[in-house]
Design a binder for this molecule. Structure first.
Ligand SMILES: C[S@@+](CC[C@H](N)C(=O)[O-])C[C@H]1O[C@@H](n2cnc3c(N)ncnc32)[C@H](O)[C@@H]1O
Length: 232
């Protein structure tokens, strides 16, 4: 069997004692194990609410801030990096968030195996690794197969919201997302930063250095409204 190309490389990174403790003590409460079975959000969150999946939540600052600001929406963060998951578990605990849970696993597999088709209100993909070297471009998440998978998981009118500070990756995102028949651009070209995405520290620094940040907001077309040229 060939190994799939991953969008990350797991390194034996440094993990702080607090993050380690969070993984040991809080994962049972706020973490979800990867399983090859579709997740029942009602069983996880104890209610029926719109569900948003965040891919690559990093240290989780943005994830936790968005979940705290939108108590009527449920959020599932997916991250492979153990220190980031530990840090997010601590935030969930200290903010007392009942609408945010985290899976420590490859988000592509989580999307494919644990998320039902047409079930997500939105997918957030904020500052995915840009893999700047040409020979690494194949590791970028935003490629046609991934976008088709993501689009399939969005409910009609569900939103795929991506952001990047890497101009050439932004162009690739715009081209790949625009070419996906199940999606339509909710803006003209790049979108203005939606109010729900807080400006991160990292982004402030980037903007100060003159790095443009691009948001891309695409909407899942209603069934039967796929671009006709793609159906023949
Ligand atoms: C550049 S960081 C951005 C983190 C965060 N979204 C932010 O804006 O600060 C990208 C993150 O995506 C994670 N990542 C990359 N590929 C992933 C995958 N297939 N599944 C889950 N996480 C992934 C990395 O571990 C890393 O934490």
């Amino acid at each position: 069997m060939t190994r799939p190309i991953r969008s990350y490389v797991l390194r034996q990174g440094r993990i702080s004692p607090a993050q380690r403790r969070a993984l040991d003590e809080l994962h049972e409460r706020y973490g979800i194990e990867f399983r090859d079975a579709v997740l029942d959000p009602e069983a996880v969150y104890g209610r029926r609410a719109p569900l948003v999946l965040e891919i690559g939540s990093g240290m989780g600052e943005t994830t936790a801030a968005i979940a705290a600001a939108q108590p009527d929406t449920d959020f599932l963060a997916v991250e492979v990096h153990a220190p980031g998951v530990g840090s997010l578990l601590r935030r969930i605990d200290s903010l007392g968030l009942s609408n945010l849970r985290v899976v420590r696993h490859d988000a592509v597999e989580v999307l494919a195996r644990m998320i039902g088709d047409a079930s997500l209100a939105a997918i957030h993909l904020f500052f995915p690794d840009p893999w700047p070297k040409k020979r690494h471009h194949k590791r970028r998440l935003v490629r046609p197969e991934f976008v088709t998978l993501a689009a399939r998981k969005l409910a009609p009118a569900g939103i795929l919201h991506a952001a990047t500070d890497w101009p050439e990756y932004a162009e690739q995102m715009l081209a790949v997302l625009s070419a996906e028949p199940l999606l339509e651009n909710a803006a003209r070209g790049y979108a203005a930063r939606p109010a729900h995405r807080p400006l991160t520290k990292f982004e402030h620094r980037g903007l100060a250095l003159g790095h443009p940040v691009r948001d891309l907001v695409f909407r899942r077309r209603a069934l039967g409204q796929e671009k006709t040229e793609d159906l023949v």
